[in-house]
Design a protein around this ligand. Structure first.
Ligand code: AN0
Ligand code: CP
Length: 318
């Protein structure tokens, strides 16, 4: 595997799931495969789970990991070509990327949507430059439009907890005070559309996601109707995708918060969220603390998802 950005990069999804469950049974089985190999984890934005789970996955494979927080300690990076660099940016991404590539074998990149220019965000301008200029396999650790490690971990979690061959999985928008990217819901939809699940998306009018990710999924604007009979409720906030309102917060309607009343409409559904989560905005305390909340095992599976990706990237180096 040379890049990991979308579900299609995993090839046969059932085979990838089986591999993940095998890795989980003995996460140290391939400890020799990463000897003397190094992964660079490059963060343009904050992280708790992605940072720790990626380092842990690398350790499990016997790899070294180097973490760079671009905005803390590195030179400030210019990302636009053609700019006269007489301001506060000391180095250009076009030098920084191949330099980072020179020190490692695999690169992970976190670079959120900037909401300045939709075409730049949806063109994955930063991530694609790493793919083009680093000379290394590159994986997204949440880039402008996708968070595939999260969605892969989510799929593994659903596989582990499902009690029906084809569960109903509902992605619901929920309120949040700040504008958040569409990366998590985009990748969740990308994966769920290929998984053995009945997938429904619910959100207020105006929060329609990119059709390339929604594909054939059912969109139900009535949240309560969407919750009926659900086996998994996956909550997430995102900002608007539509051109005229791109990156904007259109609503903070607290009627969309996931609470016990709405969970009672489901078929005793599990509650999921990628974390970090704002309690009593996205989800009430009682729902996230209930026995049906699987946010912690979900986060724990981030290690497994990353380990499968690193393992496959190591195999591609040989
Ligand atoms: C980010 C987002 O919504 O994309 C990261 C989630 C994994 N969330 C926040 O910035 C709060
Ligand atoms: N879910 C997730 O990616 O969390 P972090 O932002 O803490 O890495």
């Amino acid at each position: 595997m040379k890049t990991f950005t979308h579900v299609k990069d995993l090839g046969d999804l059932n085979a990838a799931l089986r591999e993940a469950l095998e890795v989980k049974k003995n996460r140290f089985a391939c400890k020799a495969s990463g000897a003397n190999k190094t992964v660079a984890l490059v963060f343009f934005n904050s992280s708790l789970r992605t940072r720790l789970s990626s380092q842990k996955a690398a350790m499990n494979l016997g790899m070294n990991s180097m973490v760079l927080d671009v905005n803390q300690g590195a030179w400030r990076l210019e990302t636009e070509r053609g700019v006269v660099m007489d301001g506060d940016k000391t180095e250009h991404l076009l030098e920084a990327i191949p330099v980072m590539g020179a020190y490692c074998d695999i690169i992970g990149v976190r670079s959120f949507a900037r909401f300045e220019n939709k075409a730049d965000d949806y063109g994955e301008k930063i991530l694609n430059q790493f793919i083009q200029y680093s000379g290394r396999p590159v994986f997204s650790m949440e880039s402008a439009t996708v968070h595939p490690l999260q969605a892969f971990a989510d799929l593994i979690t659903i596989e582990e907890f499902k009690t029906k061959p084809r569960p109903k999985v509902v992605l619901t928008w929920a309120p949040h005070p700040k504008a958040l990217p569409q990366a998590v819901p985009n990748s969740f939809a990308d994966f769920m559309n290929e998984a053995c699940v009945d997938f429904v998306i619910t959100h207020p009018e105006g929060y329609e996601l990119d059709p390339q990710f929604v594909r054939g999924a059912k969109v139900e604007y009535d949240q309560k109707k969407a919750f009926e009979g659900a086996d998994f409720i996956y909550a997430k906030n995102w900002s608007a995708f539509r051109d005229d309102v791109y990156g904007q917060v259109l609503s903070k309607d607290m009627h969309w918060t996931v609470d016990a009343g709405k969970m009672s409409l489901t078929d005793s559904a599990f509650f999921m969220h990628c974390l970090p989560v704002r309690r009593n905005m996205i989800v009430t305390d009682d729902v996230i603390e209930s026995p049906k909340s699987i946010v912690i095992p979900e986060a724990a599976n981030r290690e497994i998802a990353c380990q499968v990706v690193l393992k496959r990237m190591l195999e591609s180096l040989q």
